[in-house]
Design a binder for this molecule. Structure first.
Ligand SMILES: CC(C)(COP(=O)(O)OP(=O)(O)OC[C@H]1O[C@@H](n2cnc3c(N)ncnc32)[C@H](O)[C@@H]1OP(=O)(O)O)[C@@H](O)C(=O)NCCC(=O)NCCS
Length: 248
């Protein structure tokens, strides 16, 4: 990995916010950007917690974006909610509004600039996220991880998928493996981490695909099939993720 990489918070480099946002938009499949919880909440937490948003820079170029938010969770780690990412973002915003003291750090996303992918930056980014938890004296880092190779196996149940191993015994999924190598513990699948709904024509626009009849469809970049109902003019995608937790 290139040793020129430097890490800044958005508090230090807020002028790069729009550029960072554009990189995230480029890195995700279009439909992911239409989930029901992201939207305005993203801006609220970025504004409120600039110190918790990191940029990894290679000279003047953004190599990766790291978003986190602190929240309060006093339940058992094995019982982190099925709603994963959606729950975490909603809870953190509600804690912020109600003034509840956070005790955990939620990993919202790590996006490696597509021009920098495949160069080992994700592991460095993960360790930076972990450092934030220590720096702000939070008890744990909890992340609803989106196993990124799962989109090649949309018909396999996530509970089965996370058991898959390589010949050397390591976890099959690239992204889950990065977390595991960095000390993250795989806790459980959160089956309803993200919900995306749209009309049939919206889905056609997001995916470039036609949906002539009702049923389940495999679409590029999705971890599970999406379900389309022509009569009700709705397409629904429920994304499963995997809770991963880091101790200090
Ligand atoms: C997922 C993501 C963060 C990975 O970042 P990255 O910097 O490209 O990944 P790395 O180069 O660090 O590689 C991570 C692992 O994947 C493997 N890998 C990466 N590219 C690969 C490829 N084309 N083929 C096979 N394996 C590959 C690496 O070998 C490494 O595994 P190893 O440590 O066991 O060798 C990046 O692809 C990304 O930002 N994607 C879009 C957003 C996203 O999905 N974020 C994660 C959910 S929040």
């Amino acid at each position: 990995m290139n040793h020129q990489l430097r890490v800044f918070s958005l508090e230090e480099k807020f002028e790069l916010f729009e550029k960072a946002d554009a990189i995230c938009i480029k890195a995700w499949p279009e439909f992911i950007l239409h989930d029901t919880v992201g939207g305005n909440n993203g801006i609220i937490f970025v504004e409120a917690y600039k110190k918790y948003q990191l940029l990894i820079l290679d000279q003047e170029e953004i190599a990766a974006v790291i978003n986190t938010i602190p929240l309060q969770y006093t339940g058992k780690i094995e019982e982190l909610p099925d709603e994963g990412w959606s729950w975490g973002v909603t809870k953190a915003i509600s804690d912020l509004k109600k003034g509840r003291k956070p005790n955990m750090l939620l990993g919202v996303q790590i996006v490696v600039n597509p021009d920098y992918q495949g160069k080992g930056i994700s592991s460095f980014a993960t360790s930076q996220m972990h450092n934030l938890m220590r720096k702000y004296n939070l008890e744990k880092l909890i992340i609803p991880v989106r196993p990124n190779n799962k989109c090649e196996y949309p018909l396999i149940d996530m509970d089965e998928y996370i058991k898959w191993k390589n010949e050397d015994g390591s976890v099959f999924d690239n992204w889950l493996r990065v977390h595991q190598k960095n000390g993250g513990m795989i806790i459980r699948v959160c089956k309803k981490a993200m919900k995306i709904e749209g009309t049939v024509s919206e889905w056609a626009g997001w995916t470039g695909k036609q949906f002539p009849g009702s049923g389940d469809y495999i679409i590029e970049g999705a971890l599970n099939p999406i379900s389309v109902n022509i009569e009700k003019n709705i397409g629904r995608y429920i994304e499963p993720n995997v809770w991963v937790a880091y101790d200090k």
